[in-house]
Design a protein around this ligand. Structure first.
Ligand code: MN
Length: 259
């Protein structure tokens, strides 16, 4: 895929999975506006975190225009990108899709559940370069968007200037600290947490049992060179993700096994 030669002339589509009214989307639109004057926003009407790469097939989708170049869709992040590229933006496709800024990191296992990353995956399937952006927050739950707001424009410019392989997308995770405390920008692999997702059991007010999917039992990761480790050390983590899920080293032994 050709490099994004002139970002100033690029048409940028902004989307997310936290919904049309999420603060992170407003921050991303502001980031995109620093890069280009042709910024379009198509985002889910309600929050879609954890929606992954799901597609709405069993009902029609409604698109609502909210303002100039602003639309909401009553569907998933994937629906938004698909509708934006094939219909809403008209004759000119976007040159770049930015998804986020997600409220919370999308590191390690999150990548497979994330609607934020899935929107960027969908753009990649459609042949449009895409970047997912996520702002990690600390235990206090008070989210500081400073690292994303300060670092994103420069990182996007550098990524756009480089080579962009087919099937490749980038995921950027910003650490939970003020911008001036950020310890560099690192290229890192997708990590894996030490713990697993907890399932909580309880009873509702009528005494009926429920199960509720909770958080990770252990968020930490001891693997160096990963998104989890970089963000824990307050660096910005940039991860190149690939849509071909084939585990290439297994092909030959598998072939032998199946003979
Ligand atoms: Mn989200």
């Amino acid at each position: 895929m050709a490099a994004l030669q002139d970002l100033k002339k690029a048409r940028i589509l902004v989307t997310n999975d936290d919904g049309y009214q999420a603060p992170g989307l407003e921050i991303l639109e502001e980031i995109a506006s620093q890069l280009s004057d042709d910024v379009w926003l198509v985002a889910p009407e309600v929050e879609q975190s954890g929606a992954g790469h799901s597609l709405t097939l069993r009902r029609p989708l409604r698109v609502r225009q909210r303002g100039p170049r602003h639309f909401s869709v009553d569907g998933t992040p994937t629906d938004c990108v698909l509708l934006a590229v094939s219909k809403i933006l008209g004759d000119r496709r976007p040159d770049l899709v930015l998804s986020g800024v997600n409220r919370g990191g999308n590191m390690g296992e999150d990548v497979t559940y994330s609607g934020t990353v899935a929107a960027a995956m969908e753009a990649t399937f459609l042949g449009v370069p895409a970047i997912a952006l996520s702002q990690e927050y600390d235990a206090s739950d008070r989210i500081d968007w400073g690292a994303a707001a300060d670092f994103a424009p420069g990182i996007i410019r550098r990524l756009a200037a480089g080579p962009w392989h087919r099937d490749l997308l980038y995921s950027i995770n910003f650490p939970p600290c003020p911008a001036e405390k950020v310890k560099g920008v690192r290229a890192v692999a997708q990590g894996r947490r030490s713990g697993h997702i907890a399932v909580i059991e309880g009873r509702d007010p009528k005494g009926r049992p429920y199960m509720w999917i909770g958080d990770y039992t252990d968020e930490s990761s001891d693997q160096p060179g990963t998104d989890l480790e970089a963000v824990a050390h307050h660096a910005v983590a940039v991860t190149p993700l690939h849509l071909d899920l084939t585990h290439a080293p297994s092909l030959e032994p598998l072939d032998t096994l199946l003979r």
